[in-house]
Each structure stands twice: as structure tokens, then as C-alpha cells.
Design a binder for this molecule. Structure first.
Ligand SMILES: [Zn+2]
Length: 337
């Protein structure tokens, strides 16, 4: 249960009563925690839902200051403001129709997507900033607020993309795969990996990165590249929605920086990591660990003396640890161990 908690937690809905739920971190708007849904707009602050109400209704202006217009519309139309000041917000389990948490319903909802779940475990990329790792998970689950996904949630919106000048309907495929600037960004990373990015679907493209055959170190970085690229595309999309521009070079730079930090976290002993993608790619591709050898010999000692040899190891500081020792006499015979 503890292992699946991170995924399952999003299936708890907090029904607003007095509005004491956390505005950013609890799933009270039925879309998952706003902190993760709202991308760049999200703030790291503890603020309660009731702060966004006034006179028993939603304070639309205040909502608009914090979340996207789409989310504001969703909240105003679908979520009842809290009017019961004496009651704390109520948790409902979304895994079954009764709204009561049971291990059985959790098990069933997890098992139904077992195949998908294996993917999830792999999708959970270690070493990436949590926001980026979680973003990939949301892309995979189609839980980001692109217009095609909002339409699936039956939200009425007039769709227009912000990623290019065409003003097409905003879909995940359009935004993350087919827009010209998107294609250019993918190509910059794919070319030195020898990867052909001409695919029809986003998931196929992600899989292609996962399936590249190479050494383990490089592989563990390559699988993070799609998340890093899509994160920048998402940031650009949100910036453009607010009238700000981001160039291809800036995104490329930012992606490379995130890869750089990832390598630093994963392999802290590596020295002179280049800052360019080509450089990092080749350093990891050609990486060979340097082995140091030292011959150790047991030497005899004076008579009537004993020698104690010891060693120990620990799985990290404060982790599981063990030691051993043996005591020999001057002719090398074991006395005690
Ligand atoms: Zn577009």
C-alpha cells in the first residue's frame, strides 16, 4: 500500500465543506492536486481553499490570479463552494461508487492497469526534479490541461493552440510532437542518438527513447530526455498564454542544463561534465571506469604476537552495516574469527 500511495493519493477527492483543504496540494477540484496540474502557475505555499471564497461564493478574481482561466471556469462550474463553516472538508475515495476507501477497490483499480503500471514504475525517473518526473507521468496518463484533455473532461472551451502561429486545436500530439519548433527541439536531441523521430504518437516517441540500445549509464539519462523536452515545451506553451515568448535556443539551453544536473545527481563522481548535449552524450557513451589495483600480502610477525585483520562495510551512512575480523598467530594459524 505504501508503494502505491503516490499514485493512489490522487484518487482521493476532498469535498469542500468549510474549505480547510490545501489549495495547492489536496485534490479538491477533482482534477488532482492543483500544484501538479497547473504547471508553471503553481506556487509553493500553504493556503486553504476557503481563502478563495467570499460571501459563500467563489472569488473568481482571486482564482484567476492563481490558476488558469480554464481551471477557474472548471472550479466555478463544477465545484460547490464550502458553506459549512463548522465542518472539516470530507475525503471521498474515487476508486468505487460508494466513495469509501477499500483495499479491494484499490487492488482492482491497480490490477486493471497492471501493464500500464509496469510502465509507471519505469516512468518514475529518479534523479529528476519531482515536477518534471510527475509531469511525464501526467502526460502518460493524459492528465495535463491541454484542450483535447479538457474536452474529454467535458469542459466547454474554444480551442486555440498557443504553440505556433496556426492556431490549431490544441492537442497533446500537436503541442508535443508535430509543431515545427517542437520537431526542431526533438531533432537536436535525437540526431546524435541516431534516433528517427518520425512517429505518429507521443507515446511511441517516448518508447523509442526508452528502447535505445546503449550502455546503462547513458540509457538512464536517455530515458529522461523526453520528460525534459516536454517540460520545456509545456513551460513555453504556458509562457505564450501569458504573452511571453521563449526561443528554441533558450529551450535547448534549459533542456541541456536539466540533463547536466541529472548527470550530476546520478553520477556525482564524474568530473568535467560538458554542458552541451553532444558532449554529455559522448562522455557517457565512452565512459569507462578507472580501476585502481593494489596488491595486499599478509606478512608474518614476531613470535608470541597475534595479528587481527578486520574489514567492514555499510550501505550508506546510518544504513545496514557489518564487520568481520580474524586473529592469527605468528605462524598464520587462525585463533579466532
Ligand atoms: Zn500550435
Amino acid at each position: 500500500m505504501v508503494e502505491v500511495r503516490e499514485e493512489i493519493e490522487h484518487d482521493i477527492w476532498w469535498q469542500v465543506k468549510s474549505g480547510n483543504s490545501s489549495f495547492w496540494y489536496d485534490n479538491w477540484a477533482k482534477q488532482g492536486a492543483l500544484y501538479f496540474i497547473e504547471g508553471e502557475l503553481a506556487r509553493e505555499e500553504e493556503i486553504e481553499v476557503k481563502e478563495f471564497q467570499s460571501g459563500g461564493d467563489w472569488n473568481i478574481n482571486k482564482l484567476l490570479e492563481c490558476v488558469s482561466p480554464e481551471m477557474t471556469a472548471h472550479i466555478v462550474e463544477n465545484i460547490k463552494p464550502g458553506k459549512e463553516s463548522g465542518m472539516i472538508d470530507k475525503a471521498w475515495w474515487m476508486g468505487n461508487s460508494k466513495g469509501v476507501f477499500t483495499a479491494k477497490s484499490t487492488y482492482h483499480s491497480m490490477r486493471r492497469s497492471m501493464n500500464e503500471l509496469e510502465w509507471m514504475n519505469q516512468l518514475w525517473l529518479k534523479g529528476l526534479p519531482f515536477k518534471i518526473a510527475f509531469f511525464l507521468w501526467r502526460v502518460w496518463k493524459k492528465r495535463i490541461a491541454t484542450d483535447d484533455n479538457l474536452k474529454r473532461m467535458r469542459m466547454q472551451i474554444a480551442s486555440k493552440c498557443y504553440c505556433c502561429e496556426n492556431g490549431e486545436m490544441e492537442t497533446m500530439t500537436h503541442l508535443f510532437l508535430t509543431t515545427p519548433i517542437t520537431q526542431k527541439l526533438w531533432r537536436r536531441f535525437a540526431s546524435c542518438a541516431g534516433l528517427n523521430i518520425e512517429v505518429l504518437q507521443l507515446q511511441q516517441l517516448i518508447m523509442k527513447w526508452w528502447e535505445l540500445k546503449t550502455n546503462q549509464k547513458l540509457h538512464s539519462v536517455l530515458i529522461a530526455v523526453p520528460a525534459i523536452i516536454m517540460w520545456e515545451l509545456w513551460k513555453r506553451r504556458n509562457a505564450r498564454r501569458h504573452g511571453k515568448e521563449t526561443s528554441l535556443n533558450k529551450m535547448y539551453y534549459q533542456c541541456q542544463l536539466n540533463v547536466y544536473y541529472l548527470i550530476k545527481v546520478k553520477f556525482p563522481w564524474l568530473r568535467n561534465i560538458p554542458h552541451t548535449w553532444q558532449g554529455m552524450f559522448h562522455q557517457l557513451l565512452e565512459y569507462r571506469p578507472i580501476l585502481h589495483y593494489l596488491a595486499v600480502k599478509w606478512t608474518r610477525l614476531h613470535e608470541r604476537c597475534v595479528k587481527c585483520n578486520t574489514d567492514g562495510a555499510s550501505k550508506g551512512n546510518l544504513g545496514e552495516s557489518a564487520y568481520g575480523f580474524c586473529i592469527r598467530d605468528s605462524s598464520g594459524d587462525l585463533l579466532y574469527a
